[in-house]
Design a protein around this ligand. Structure first.
Ligand code: ASP
Length: 325
């Protein structure tokens, strides 16, 4: 496919294939949940790719992917979110548009099924980049976003894990890196525009009102048509210390490939602040990477009618997108 990229300072002809890359969280997925997590990420990736193939924008694609994963109880986002120390769901989400550098985020929101769609509304309908808690709720109501009962976002699994982590001596951060799944996606569309989207219930047994990396531009995600797009997952406080998404893009600006830049940024987060995590990354040419320093990360990518997916380091399966689900 030969395209003119209209968003570069000096228009250039590039040879690029639309792509969407998705993660379902860095950590260690228990055996009995790994199949469901993998098939959830693969089917959301297929849906995102269908949006791109139908002429939709990269922003449409990543919001579609993340909405689907928020609706699944197998991920730490939307329904399935981890609980805070009071046993409540408070969620963060963000989107960023690589063409305009516009972004939208919500933090510590409750009673909303799809925080990623509210984040997009913040970007599209306000002059702000982030709305939080009560203010975000009022904005949601004013935009006709339905309020959902708290219980509809709480799964038996998240309640069980919350209870376990109330025990004295428990280590929720370690436990979470053991078992959770924030969700995110990056995409490049046929016009060469990029976008990222990330959504999470945050860290298990977090303090009420805690806002993590996911709502912070440059940490939970970043997109710039001139450089690339990244969505991150992992221990949010560590991610914020190194602004992980922007750090990946910094390495790409220095000439590193999507894989090398992702690995360098994750290695720095590990050595500098002892943080584990994962990223999905794309560049303007449609090169992509899914990299992680945790034991596992469910990921999938769709490009040139092929689905790529994996769970462990070095694992890489492919399937024709023409094949049945
Ligand atoms: N980064 C998310 C947070 O700290 C959690 C995760 O990715 O698992 O809120």
């Amino acid at each position: 496919m030969l395209l003119i990229n209209p968003n570069n300072w000096t228009p250039q002809v590039i040879d690029m294939f639309p792509v969407v890359v998705v993660h379902g969280g860095a950590g260690h997925i228990p055996e009995d949940r790994s199949e469901k997590s993998m098939s959830g990420v693969c089917s959301a990736t297929r849906a995102g790719y269908a949006v791109l193939c139908g002429g939709g924008s990269s922003m449409d694609a990543v919001v579609e992917v993340v909405s689907q994963l928020e609706n699944s109880p197998f991920f730490n986002a939307g329904c399935g979110s981890v609980l805070n120390v009071r046993g409540e769901v408070e969620m963060d989400a963000m989107v960023m548009d690589g063409k305009t550098l516009g972004s939208g985020a919500v933090s510590a929101v409750r009673n909303i099924a799809n925080p990623i769609q509210l984040a997009r509304l913040v970007m599209d309908k306000t002059s702000h980049a982030c709305l939080t808690a009560e203010g975000a709720k009022k904005f949601a109501l004013s935009e006709g976003v339905p309020e959902v009962p708290h219980e509809s976002l709480v799964t038996e699994y998240s309640r069980m894990r919350w209870t376990k982590n109330l025990a004295p001596g428990s280590n929720p951060v370690e436990y979470q890196m053991g078992k959770m799944g924030t969700v995110g996606a990056v995409a490049v569309d046929a016009e060469g525009n990029m976008a990222c989207a990330t959504s999470t219930g945050g860290m298990l047994n977090k303090m009420e009102g805690r806002v993590g990396d996911t709502a912070c531009v440059g940490s939970g995600g970043y997109a710039d048509n001139l450089m690339g797009a990244v969505s991150t997952t992992g221990h949010g406080e560590a991610i914020m210390k190194v602004t992980l998404a922007r750090l990946v893009l910094f390495h790409m600006e220095q000439g590193q490939s999507v894989e090398a830049a992702s690995d360098l940024a994750l290695a720095y987060m590990g050595s500098r602040v002892g943080g584990m995590g994962g990223v999905v990354t794309v560049d303007p040419q449609g090169h992509w990477a899914a990299r992680f320093s945790s034991r596992q990360m469910v990921w999938a990518a769709a490009q040139k009618d092929t689905l790529h997916y994996g769970l462990y380091t070095g694992e890489h399966f492919t399937q024709s997108l023409g094949a049945p689900l």
